[in-house]
Design a protein around this ligand. Structure first.
Ligand code: PMM
Length: 276
């Protein structure tokens, strides 16, 4: 169905949150210069794409005004794109997408799959860039209450298929469309595990898949001890284990906070794949 050329291996997308409040690295990179320096460190570690975000999507967080999001994101996008880095921008707003594409972004990563802003899909189609469309059931303040499914795999598959079709109908290039099940977005830990166990059902939608599980809450719960859930920064080994498993299944990319670990995991998978 898609006109995609499969990448030689699973790609690594490094997370660059230019926000005050993201759940795992919030506040660390809010300053543009610090964010750009961290971005170059991730490129040196082997990131294929850097995903710049100016609005936290963590459950419960309030929306950032558009002006603030633009001020945070666009200078960082320009600096990275000018240096030849492939940049995606994590935004649900068409205005931010347009300014980012003008600044050199080659991907828009829209966690709402076009649902948050009706101007998004036409903006991406006009901009001619790649589009990551994610399964979404509402903004951060309301998503936990929408984590209700009878059959999570079938429902996410069907709702994601609608977003795929909407993106194609808007004129977005089929060769640069990527689907994402949206782990943790209107999903409990049980839902995330079910989706991970049945990625094949989502791959059957005919488009490359991005898996973004880095440091997420369900891993903290899995690794909990008497002190409570494992803190976000101590979830990287578990995330890398999942990266190896999903790379083995042939996903297009993983979105991660700790680039080197994930590149290493993918190297291992690729080396094993070459054995007869
Ligand atoms: N998760 C977060 C942010 N952006 N983008 C995509 N495509 N998929 C995701 O699952 C996703 C995302 C939240 O995580 P963060 O606060 O670590 O950025």
């Amino acid at each position: 169905m898609a006109g995609h050329e499969a990448p030689a291996r699973t790609l690594v997308m490094g997370v660059l949150n230019v926000t005050e409040d993201s759940f795992s690295d919030g506040g660390l990179w809010a300053d543009a210069d610090a964010a750009i320096a961290h971005a170059f460190d991730m490129v040196a570690e082997g990131a294929d794409i850097l995903d710049v975000g100016g609005e936290s999507t963590r459950p419960g967080s309030a929306r950032v005004p558009e002006r603030v999001e633009l001020e945070r994101v666009v200078p960082v996008v320009r600096a990275l794109a000018d240096a030849g880095v492939a940049v995606s921008v994590d935004t649900t707003r068409a205005t931010v997408a347009e300014a980012s594409i003008a600044g050199g972004a080659s991907w828009i990563n829209d966690v709402s799959g076009g649902l948050a802003d009706p101007a998004m899909l036409p903006a991406v189609a006009d901009g001619g860039c790649g589009y990551i469309t994610m399964h979404w059931r509402g903004h951060a303040t309301e998503m936990d209450s929408r984590a209700v499914y009878t059959d999570v795999v079938a429902e996410v598959r069907d709702e994601l298929a609608e977003r795929r079709d909407a993106a194609l109908a808007a004129g977005i290039d089929a060769g640069r469309l990527v689907l994402d099940p949206g782990f943790g977005f209107a999903k409990t830990g049980e839902h995330n595990w079910a989706l991970l166990a049945h990625l094949d059902a989502l791959m059957a939608l005919g488009f490359p898949l991005l898996v973004a599980v880095s440091r997420k809450r369900f891993l903290g719960s899995l690794l909990a001890d008497a002190d409570g859930p494992r803190p976000p920064r101590e979830r990287d080994d578990a995330t890398a284990a999942l990266t190896a498993l999903v790379a083995q299944r042939g996903v297009w990319g993983v979105r991660t906070h700790s680039v080197r670990q994930h590149r290493d995991a993918i190297e291992v998978v690729e080396r094993l794949r070459r054995e007869p």
